[in-house]
Design a protein around this ligand. Structure first.
Ligand SMILES: N[C@@H](CCC(=O)N[C@@H](CS)C(=O)NCC(=O)O)C(=O)O
Length: 186
């Protein structure tokens, strides 16, 4: 199976980390985003990553890829935790996208809303519930790591020592080291 990725994508990284943890060999293929010549578009017209190509079927969206691989959490509480981690990532991604626009197109009120949302999600969770090898734990760690490397305007560690300790322990393994996103300068 081929996994289309972008090196900076926290969503793609969730699948990449879990595949390493679980010994599933995927052919990771990096594709450019927002490029009309991207080879991904022939399989998936939305052009978003990750996409898992299984035979002729191109499966987009992290939860659907997890479902296809049989990796969704087995219990409703785990599914709920995964939903929170994905919503956190989604909010941070759109906040980050706003910061990449030309200054005159940015929206400080939109950014403030997403900052509040991200803080609220983190403050409502207990990291101890997020097993480091579970999909929800991996999703949470990928979101936080994205902030460290590509969205430093959100200083999520401040006032969250317990979460920071959880993150340091949860990401101390080759699956994370091998998928480190490049630093973006934001
Ligand atoms: N809900 C999607 C989110 C995927 C997503 O937003 N991926 C970003 C990269 S992190 C992307 O491909 N963006 C395309 C673009 O910026 O044009 C999922 O679960 O996979």
């Amino acid at each position: 199976m081929i996994l289309y990725i972008s090196a900076g994508s926290p969503f793609a990284r969730m699948i990449r980390v879990l595949a390493r943890d679980r010994g599933l060999s995927l052919r990771e293929t990096e594709v450019p985003l927002r490029d009309p010549a991207s080879p991904l578009l022939a399989h998936s017209p939305s052009g978003r990553v990750p996409v898992l190509l299984d035979g002729e079927d191109a499966i987009a969206e992290v939860p659907l890829i997890l479902a296809h691989l049989g990796w969704l959490p087995p219990d409703p509480a785990g599914v709920a935790r995964l939903g929170r981690a994905l919503a956190l990532t989604d909010g941070i991604a759109v906040w980050n996208r706003d910061l990449r626009r030309p200054p005159e197109e940015r929206s400080p009120s939109f950014q403030a809303l997403e900052r509040m949302r991200a803080g609220r999600v983190l403050d409502a969770l207990d990291a101890a519930d997020y097993g480091a090898f579970t999909p929800e734990g991996v999703a949470l760690a990928c979101a936080l790591s994205y902030c460290d490397r590509r969205h430093t305007v959100f200083r999520w560690r401040e006032g969250r020592d317990k979460l920071a300790a959880w993150y340091d322990a949860a990401t101390a393994r080759p699956a994370f080291a091998e998928t480190l996103p490049p630093i973006s300068g934001i």
